[in-house]
Ligand binder design. Structure first.
Ligand SMILES: Cc1ncc(COP(=O)(O)O)c(C=O)c1O
Length: 507
């Protein structure tokens, strides 16, 4: 393909994406294909001779589009948001177009240098303590990683490095393998699956401690676990606190957990994968009070900050522990710029690096701080509106509501809510997933798409109501409302209302 054809293909692809977004609201959120559908649509062998780009684009429409789940449909309410914006899409396009791999500073100075500046911008946007920033005097700094899962794992490896070194310095007779076999990590049972996985990958038992009724890990639970483990000869090494848990968007209290970790010399990592974006708005920063006690902090602009996947921001107070854990030298990778620019390959698992800072830059530059704040506030308002709608219907109960996530259920046995979820997802008009709150089966409703508006929340609520109607008919709802009213203030009932109750009863 020559550059002229590339121009045509590229422009047609951009048009295709724009058309897709203009029609996304009308598409059922979930696809109707069955497992294995795609294998039947493609030949078993690769084509012997090349085909035209027009054919390829037609195949996308015929084969790929029917198998897409429309994550950016305004009626997609599952999981947490995955970010999307046109500036970020163009950033990805240019990054692929340049096609460099930033494995060292000299491999493309702009890659490293833009990332340094973007991580400072982003840190300032969230009002993180200065010591985390690349522009601070100290050894702290920020880097873009691929995912929160990766970051939690990298934090664990750095914590291990720090703990082993410290103990061996104190007692040179200790063997590294003996120390490593005794290290233990902690998080709450509300933490994301990736936290448990980090423990598995890093060969460090991750104790999932019971959260309280609000979904938080309390100081007393953590202290008790540390005490037990120390009594059993284990070495507490790593705590993952969560700001915005996956099940209910609960916030651990860093002011409670932080001092314990600092006193016990345990690495404190903060996983704010989803909710971290909200700290761009000053009114939510009270939820990250105590962040100064942490050793590493992470949030995903690729969740709620309009930067397409992948873009996971990680800051550490002292990058030395990352570099010491990951620094492997080779003659062809000589660090020529020590101290002047970070060699980010020593801060991460892979050698090669994508130019993720470009899409982040485009989003920050084109939306500006105000645009990002507006986006977050709008989505929180929509979730509040949904909460209000649910709260108005006595057949339902709101279980939790935090940021852009509401969990709710039909009153009564869990099976009612399970049925509702199955019915709604079968119809594919909206997409919600199951969760658990305080031991009960709930439906999670997250405001995900940047396209979601009040009318979409109304649509989704109507869809839920229409299916709930088949499980708990609103006849019961009227009865509840009337009987409730009677029990609170029966004298306020008009004659007409009394007559209505009598008629209902006699049916
Ligand atoms: C609190 C929390 N942590 C971590 C993750 C994992 O994020 P990633 O897909 O970037 O690894 C999620 C995903 O939803 C999450 O909600």
């Amino acid at each position: 393909m020559d550059s002229q054809e590339f121009r045509e293909f590229g422009k047609a692809a951009v048009d295709y994406i724009a058309d897709y977004f203009e029609t996304i609201r009308e598409r059922p959120v979930l696809p109707s294909v069955k497992p294995g559908y795609l294998g039947d649509l493609l030949p078993k062998e690769p084509p012997q001779t090349g085909e035209s780009w027009q054919d390829v684009l037609q195949d996308v429409d015929r084969i790929i589009m029917p198998g897409l789940t429309h994550w950016h449909s305004p009626r997609f309410h599952a999981y947490y948001p995955t970010a999307h914006s046109f500036p970020a899409v163009v950033g990805e396009m240019l990054s692929a177009g340049f096609g460099c791999v930033g494995l060292s500073w000299i491999a493309s100075p702009a890659y490293t240098e833009l990332e340094v500046v973007m991580m400072n911008w982003l840190g300032k946007l969230l009002d993180l303590p200065e010591e985390f920033l690349n522009c601070s005097e100290g050894p702290g700094g920020g880097i873009i990683q691929g995912s929160a899962s990766e970051v939690t794992f990298i934090g664990l490896l750095a914590a291990k490095e720090k703990k082993v070194k410290a103990l061996m310095e104190l007692n040179p007779d200790l063997k590294e393998s003996d120390i490593k076999g005794k290290l233990v990590a902690y998080a709450s049972d509300q933490s994301n699956s990736s936290v448990e996985k980090a423990g598995l990958l890093g060969s460090m038992p991750m104790r999932l401690l019971p959260a309280n009724a609000e979904g938080k890990l309390t100081a007393s639970t953590l202290l008790e676990a540390i005490r037990q483990d120390k009594n059993n000869g284990l070495i507490p090494c790593y705590v993952v606190a969560c700001l915005g848990t996956t099940p209910t968007c609960a916030f651990d209290d860093l002011e409670e957990l932080g001092p314990i970790c600092n006193k016990e010399e345990i690495w404190l990592h903060v996983d704010a994968a989803y909710a971290g974006s909200a700290f761009a708005c000053p009114e939510y920063r009270y939820l990250m009070k105590g962040v100064e006690f942490s050793d590493s902090f992470n949030f995903n602009p690729h969740k709620w900050m309009l930067v397409n996947f992948d873009c996971s921001a990680m800051w550490v107070k002292n990058a030395k522990y990352l570099v010491e854990a990951f620094n492997v030298q080779r003659i062809y990778l000589k660090d020529q710029h020590k101290g002047l620019a970070p060699e980010y390959r020593h801060w991460q698992i892979s050698l090669g690096r994508r130019f993720r800072a470009l899409k982040l830059w485009f989003v920050l530059k084109i939306y500006g701080v105000e645009g990002i704040q507006k986006h977050i506030r709008h989505q929180v308002d929509l979730a509040k509106y949904f909460e209000e709608l649910v709260g108005r219907d006595k057949r339902f109960e709101v279980c939790t509501s935090s940021m852009g996530l509401v969990t709710f259920r039909l009153r009564g046995n869990d099976s009612l809510t399970q049925q509702l979820l199955e019915k709604v997802d079968d119809r594919k008009h909206i997409f919600v997933v199951a969760g658990r709150s305080d031991g009960k089966f709930v439906i999670r409703f997250a405001v995900c798409s940047r396209l979601t508006e009040k009318r979409d929340v109304d649509f989704s609520w109507e869809e839920l109501l229409s299916q709930a109607e088949e499980i708990v008919p609103s006849k019961n709802k009227i009865n509840t409302e009337l009987s409730d009213k009677r029990s609170i203030a029966s004298i306020e009932l008009t004659d007409a209302a009394r007559e209505k109750i009598r008629m209902e009863k006699s049916k």
